[in-house]
Design a protein around this ligand. Structure first.
Ligand code: CIR
Length: 259
C-alpha cells in the first residue's frame, strides 16, 4: 500500500461515553474497560510506527471518541466534515482546531452537506464516498470536489438501502494491494468492481471494519476465520478487543485519524 502513516489522532472516551448514539442491544459499555481497550489501541498504532496524540474527552460529545467521523486527513490536506448526527455536529469544530496546527491545507464541508468520516474509504486507486443516513448527496458532492482539488479521484457509493450499515466502512475496509474486506451481507456494488474482495463469514461481519496500518492489519479480536484468511493472504493481523466500542456501534477505524 502506498500510504505509510506516521501520525494518529485519538480522543479518549469520556465519563458519559455510554450516552452516545447506538442501535446495539448488547448493553451499556463499561468505561474502565473502554479506556483499557483504547489504551491498547493506541499502543497498537505505536507498534505500527505511528506517533499518537490522544486528545481529552469533551463532555459535550459522548460520541467524541469516534474521531474518524470528524475529518478526512490526506497527505495533501485535510477536510473537516459536518457530521450527519445532530448530537455530533460540534465535534467537527473541535477537531478543526487541532488539525489547523498539523495540516498544510484545511477545507470544510458546508451546510446543507453532511459527511461522516466513517463513510470515506481511501484506496490506492481513489476514494470511495459512501452515501448513507449520515453522509448526504450534497456532502458527498462537496467532498468529491474538494478531493479533486487535492488531486484525488473519488467515486460515490450509495449504500442507503443496505440494512444495518451505519457507515460505508462498517461493511468494507481497504486492505491495500487492490483488496477490500467486505461484510457478507453487502450487495454487489458497481463501485467495488476492479477490487479483489475478501468476503467475511456472515457471523464475523463486525470484523469487516479493520484497518491496514503500514505493515499490519488491526482487526477486532474474536473473529478467527477472518484473521486466518488475512494470514493466508500474507497479512500480519493484530487483534484488538473492541467489545465496549462495539456496544456503541463503533469499530476499529472510528477510533483514530491516521495520516
Ligand atoms: C455514532 O453513532 O455516531 C457513534 N455511536 C458510532 C460512530 C462510529 N463511527 C464510525 O464507524 N466511523
Amino acid at each position: 500500500m502506498s500510504t505509510r502513516f506516521t501520525r494518529a489522532l485519538l480522543r479518549l472516551p469520556g465519563d458519559n461515553f455510554a450516552d452516545g448514539l447506538t442501535c446495539s442491544s448488547e448493553g451499556a459499555p463499561l468505561l474502565t474497560r473502554a479506556l483499557e481497550q483504547h489504551r491498547r489501541y493506541a499502543l497498537a498504532l505505536e507498534a505500527c510506527g505511528l506517533a499518537t496524540t490522544t486528545l481529552p474527552a469533551d463532555p459535550r460529545y459522548p460520541d467524541g471518541t469516534f474521531v474518524e467521523d470528524t475529518a478526512i486527513v490526506t497527505a495533501r490536506g485535510a477536510i473537516v466534515t459536518r457530521p450527519g448526527a445532530a448530537s455530533r455536529a460540534g465535534e467537527a469544530e473541535l477537531i478543526g482546531a487541532t488539525l489547523a496546527t498539523q495540516c498544510a491545507r484545511l477545507l470544510r464541508i458546508a451546510a446543507p452537506g453532511t459527511v461522516d468520516g466513517g463513510d470515506i474509504c481511501e484506496t490506492d486507486s481513489g476514494v470511495l464516498i459512501g452515501i448513507t443516513a449520515r453522509t448526504n448527496e450534497d456532502g458527498a458532492r462537496q467532498l468529491a470536489t474538494m478531493l479533486a482539488e487535492l488531486g484525488y479521484r473519488s467515486t460515490p457509493v450509495d449504500v442507503r438501502a443496505v440494512a444495518g450499515l451505519l457507515h460505508l466502512k462498517t461493511g468494507i475496509s481497504y486492505l491495500g494491494d487492490g483488496r477490500l474486506a467486505v461484510a457478507a451481507g453487502l450487495p454487489k456494488l458497481a463501485a467495488l468492481a476492479g477490487y479483489e474482495l475478501v468476503t467475511l463469514a456472515a457471523e464475523e461481519s463486525y470484523a469487516a471494519n479493520c484497518i491496514r496500518v503500514n505493515d499490519r492489519v488491526l482487526v477486532a479480536a474474536g473473529y478467527p476465520r477472518f484473521a486466518e484468511a488475512l494470514t493466508r493472504l500474507g497479512y500480519d493481523p493484530l487483534p484488538l478487543d473492541m467489545s465496549e466500542f462495539r456496544k456503541m456501534d463503533g469499530g476499529l477505524s472510528c477510533l483514530s485519524l491516521r495520516f
